[in-house]
Design a binder for this molecule. Structure first.
Ligand SMILES: *Cc1c(COP(=O)(O)O)cnc(C)c1O
Length: 376
């Protein structure tokens, strides 16, 4: 008999969500606007410490709008982390822009500020500065934002932070996603809190968020008749789903603590194995451990990450390789890449372990048992 499946990161409702959803039904606010949308935006902005937020249908939609507002158009370059999910890059392509992939550093696995600086200086000399820079905060940990912001402000390039995976993290006491011109968050089903699907665009620039909301509602001009002066999108978040988000936001801190406890359990029970290492927590802030990620050196451990993944799968346990770098993706094979060997190495050796905040110690012990059984 196969045991119950253990997922990588599954939704974890608190019970509070249903009251908000019921309220939406009771008041018949079943629309992509309404009191829960307004309240969710307000509560979210307060939680991360920013002035303005727009609730949207996905993190991808949020990034798309941010890039439109940054003025990205046909042929424009955008510098972006190579080690990420394709959603960090696709919106660049929607606009006819050209991603330039920047490798990771080893302290946080995020965009290497030294490589970014080199690239920016070279682009400046060539007279082709990028329209935006997108650092990604991977797996619950902030990139090293101080040098990234410093380089970008020197060249007056807007920084749009992809904080889809990093809600609840800190960078020098502040929330990644709130440090640049704009930041995006995701509430997809596997993220640390979820609305089933949804996203948030944040900025301290009120005008930026007002324009984003307009673009997200088919760019309606302020007129009683339907009038449009620019192309718009249908990107707002449903009031029902915003209700789920309000309930989830109330337990965010508990979710971070639970995920960090998962990490500690794995570290205590796997940390002694030769060839197994953990994604580091950089000195600049709190890693939420949205996912616990290990690296596997097969020459020391005796099996590679794919062998471990398949052994887990055979026991009905979902694990995933670290993101395949964007510069290795067939769809982006013609794009420029700066470095890439660090990201390639992390992809080669990295494995994301089940990390949901709703996992029991028994679940974690099952995972650990499989991994330990494979060591030489
Ligand atoms: C999930 C994710 C996104 C996209 O968010 P969606 O809400 O799924 O559109 C973007 N970037 C990264 C790094 C992500 O993990």
């Amino acid at each position: 008999m196969t045991q119950q499946r253990i997922y990588l990161s599954s939704p974890h409702m608190s019970g509070l969500e249903q009251q908000f959803v019921q309220e939406a039904f009771d008041t018949n606010w079943i629309a992509p606007l309404g009191p829960h949308v307004d309240a969710f935006e307000h509560e979210f902005a307060q939680r991360v410490g920013i002035k303005h937020a727009a609730a949207l249908s996905s993190g991808t939609a949020a990034l798309h709008l941010a890039l439109i507002l940054a003025g990205v158009g046909t042929g424009d370059e955008v510098l972006v982390s190579t080690l990420t999910f394709s959603a960090s890059v696709n919106p660049i392509a929607y606009l006819g822009g050209r991603p330039v992939f920047i490798d990771s550093e080893r302290t946080s696995w995020n965009m290497d500020p030294a490589l970014l600086a080199e690239t920016m200086e070279r682009k400046a000399r060539q007279g082709k500065l990028p329209k935006a820079v997108i650092p990604v905060h991977l797996y619950g940990q902030s990139a090293d934002m101080t040098p990234i912001l410093e380089i970008c402000s020197r060249y007056e390039i807007p920084v749009i932070e992809d904080a889809a995976e990093a809600l609840g993290a800190t960078y020098k006491g502040r929330a990644p996603g709130t440090l640049g011109k704009a930041g995006i968050f995701s509430f997809n089903g596997n993220k640390i809190i979820t609305t089933s699907g949804g996203g948030m665009l944040v900025s301290d620039d009120g005008d930026f968020i007002i324009q984003a909301r307009k673009l997200a509602t088919q760019s309606r001009d302020p007129a009683p008749h339907y009038q449009h002066s620019e192309i718009g999108y249908n990107y707002r978040l449903s009031n029902v789903l915003a209700g789920i988000g309000r309930g989830q936001l109330q337990v965010l801190e508990e979710r971070v603590q639970a995920r960090r406890r998962n990490f500690e359990f794995y570290q205590d029970t796997l940390g002694d194995l030769p060839g197994i290492a953990f994604m580091p927590e950089a000195p600049w802030g709190r890693h939420t451990r949205w996912l616990t990620v290990i690296t596997v050196d097969p020459s020391q451990f005796g099996a590679d990450r794919e062998t471990i993944r398949l052994a887990l799968e055979a026991e009905n346990i979902e694990a995933r390789p670290v993101w395949k770098p964007m510069h290795l993706q067939p769809v982006f094979h013609e794009c420029e890449a700066v470095g890439g060997s660090v990201a390639e190495d992390l992809f080669e050796q990295g494995l994301c372990l089940p990390s949901g905040s709703n996992l029991s110690e028994g679940d974690l012990a099952r995972v650990v048992g499989v991994v330990r059984s494979l060591r030489r």
